[in-house]
Design a protein around this ligand. Structure first.
Ligand SMILES: Cc1ncc(COP(=O)(O)O)c(C=O)c1O
Length: 453
């Protein structure tokens, strides 16, 4: 039986559900990443790092709630906090105690957080950050790096996915992207020239461990130089820590690398797996949201800002994050998984490579290049292809490969959003061994059908 035939027979209830979903949702899904051929699976329940689909198949999960479940699914402290809150109040229609506690935890953990404003999502947080920067500096433009994702609002949609040399994003007018300046990551000379020569750039935004959560890794020395250059040429620096915040370290990449940005955008782990985002940063920059007689104000409504359920989950989660233990365990699991996969790829002489830092991983098929010695720390693994953007995060050679790969790993008991994923504090050595075996067996299946990436 082919991979596809086996997939059809193992997930029949999901197949039926997808036929219904196609009559409701465009392409049958509610998030682009969830789209897969011939159909995605439907999830029934989850616990820790395990999930069960509607056909009763048990799977090790690497979606981890799109990166939001650092503690694992249904952590008892988060469940208890949300259960108690849901019976008390799900929308305060006003201020409430938990929002203050939640904000104080963000302030305590995130080094640059002098002030905090909760939003509905990470996308809203980056939208707010850029508008506040325009107000503060008076400059209309911002600089972003090719391959860095900051949500889906107009100005940041440019160059977040390949092809990176085009400003032509469907539905985004030239006017909307006119103030977005894009350069490739990790090129300090070009960065300095651009910041120096374009006095209309008021802000720089980036994913601090690299675009698409580290597809093209960025490490400390670049961040340090970036901080120095933005201070020298007068731009505000925004770390988009929607993924790295509370994951890489309790205070995010800024704590881990000891570099303080002016603003930070947060979401995901922030709200313990419930919806929510935040902008945190310098009090003088966030003061433009304040009611100050005679001074311009950025209006900021938002029905679900600091929603009590998200606040309850967020407080419970951040209290655990603050101990440092969940991040440490997840980072350790990430390193173990990457090292074990690379050992198996090398042993079998397969052209595959596993990389990315901290508690995240990505796989490269058709890899040609040096093999890493075992990484001993969370961020000292080899950066493949010298960090080349198009090699690491360019258009895939075979766009259909992702679908076949996902089918093959699902057949072996692993659910990954693509060629990579996020670990949690509860992925054990046993889960990792199971994963390594499953990925190896998925690769054998793909080889048998001569499906190449
Ligand atoms: C780095 C980064 N910024 C912003 C966002 C957008 O966040 P949200 O999906 O909550 O709008 C994401 C989402 O994955 C992200 O990874």
């Amino acid at each position: 039986m082919t991979i596809r035939d086996r997939y059809l027979s193992k997930f029949p209830t999901s197949h039926r559900q997808y036929e219904r979903a196609k009559q409701v949702f465009p392409s049958g899904v509610t998030h682009d990443l969830r789209y897969m051929e011939p159909f995605p699976i439907y999830i029934d329940k989850q616990s820790g790092c395990t999930k069960w689909d509607v056909d009763g198949n048990e799977l090790v999960d690497y979606w981890s709630g799109h990166g939001s479940m650092l503690l694992g699914h249904s952590h008892p402290c988060v469940v208890k906090a949300v259960q108690e809150q849901v019976a008390k109040s799900t929308h305060a229609g006003g201020c409430h105690d938990l929002e203050v506690e939640w904000g104080e935890l963000v302030k305590k953990l995130v080094p640059c957080a002098e002030r905090v404003r909760f939003t509905g999502s990470g996308t809203e947080a980056t939208l707010m950050a850029l508008r506040l920067c325009r107000m503060y500096t008076g400059n209309p433009k911002f600089l972003k790096f090719a391959g860095h994702f900051h949500g889906w609002h107009d100005a940041v949609s440019v160059a977040s996915d390949p092809p990176y040399d085009s400003f032509d994003v469907p539905g985004v007018t030239a006017g909307m992207s006119a103030n977005t300046v894009v350069i490739p990551p990790n090129d300090l000379d070009l960065l300095e020239r651009t910041l120096k020569n374009d006095s209309q750039i008021g802000a720089v935004i980036l994913e601090p461990t690299g675009g698409h959560w580290g597809a093209v890794p960025i490490r400390g020395p670049f961040l340090k130089a970036l901080r120095e250059l933005t201070a020298k040429y007068g731009q505000l620096l925004i770390f988009d820590e929607v993924i790295t915040g509370f994951r890489v370290a309790p205070g995010g990449a800024q704590e881990r690398y000891g570099i303080k940005p002016d603003l930070t955008t947060l979401a995901k782990i922030l709200a313990g797996g419930l919806p929510g985002g935040a902008l945190a940063g310098r009090a003088d920059v966030l003061s433009a949201i304040e009611f100050r007689p005679g001074k311009p104000k950025m209006r900021h409504p938002g029905t679900y800002n600091a929603n009590p359920l998200s606040a309850a989950a967020g407080v419970a989660a951040l209290k655990l994050v603050a101990t440092g233990e969940p991040g440490r365990l997840a980072n350790e699991a990430g390193r173990q998984l990457r090292n074990r996969l690379n050992a198996v790829f090398a042993e079998r002489n397969w052209p595959w490579f596993a990389y990315v830092d901290f508690s995240m991983f990505r796989l490269i098929p058709n890899y040609e290049g040096p093999r890493a010695t075992q990484a001993a720390d969370d961020n000292d693994g080899l950066i493949p292809y010298g960090g080349d953007l198009n090699e690491l995060d360019g258009p895939p050679a075979n766009p259909n490969f992702r679908h076949s790969f996902r089918q093959a790993v699902l057949l072996n008991g692993i659910d990954m959003p693509g060629l990579g994923g996020w670990l949690t504090a509860v992925h054990t050595s046993k889960d990792i061994e199971r994963t390594v075996g499953a990925i190896a067996s998925a690769i054998e299946m793909l080889k048998a059908e001569e499906i190449a990436g």
